[in-house]
Design a protein around this ligand. Sequence first.
Ligand SMILES: [Cu+2]
Length: 227
Amino acid sequence: MCFILIFDINRISGSSQTKKNLNHQKSNVMKTTLLLFAALFFMSAQSFATIDTVTVQDHVFTPNTLPNVHIGDTIRWVWVNGTHTTTSTSVPTGAATWNNPINSGSTSFIYVPTVAGDYSYQCNFHFSMGMTGTFTVLSSTGVGAVNATHAPGIYPNPASDKLNVSFNAVGPATVTLTNMAGKQVLLKKFTGTKSAEINLHDIPAGNYMVRTVQGADISSHQLVVKH
Ligand SMILES: [Cu+2]
């Protein structure tokens, strides 16, 4: 993005447009830059929240249970095939209900729980075939808040060839990379180490969510891959 902005400024400087047009374009570049910084700030403020992706297809939610969701995490249903819904059937007192189509014209839906407790949902068309799901939301003052104070780290970011990931302990750890379409593109397991190196050679350039799971410790980070 920065490269594009620099390129634009050079192009404008070299053009023979009137000063008025020039100032107008520079102000547009400035606005774009401010928007970019606002977006980066928002992304970093969100970096401790986890996104759980549930794929929706004939005739199953995958995974159909999410045991470690915390208040403020995002649950994201992503369409794969068929015509379905994600519809809450039971939520804790005070929690919002939801009912949203998941089909070729409505390919994703996100829900951010604000109340701890047990949630159940179904596909309105296929619940009798067992197309149901559950998740349990834990209070953010529990494990999640502790995680945030010493969350595992990743560097560099952006990364090109290799990504270094550090863990809280030497116990077994799982690292996953999920692209913005919600597709998991990498899954690695490590044990006996507090840090690991991940080869990104085969990972296409783009934005990803890196998730590390170590026992009850879960953390996620936005990652940019450039080649
Ligand atoms: Cu369905």
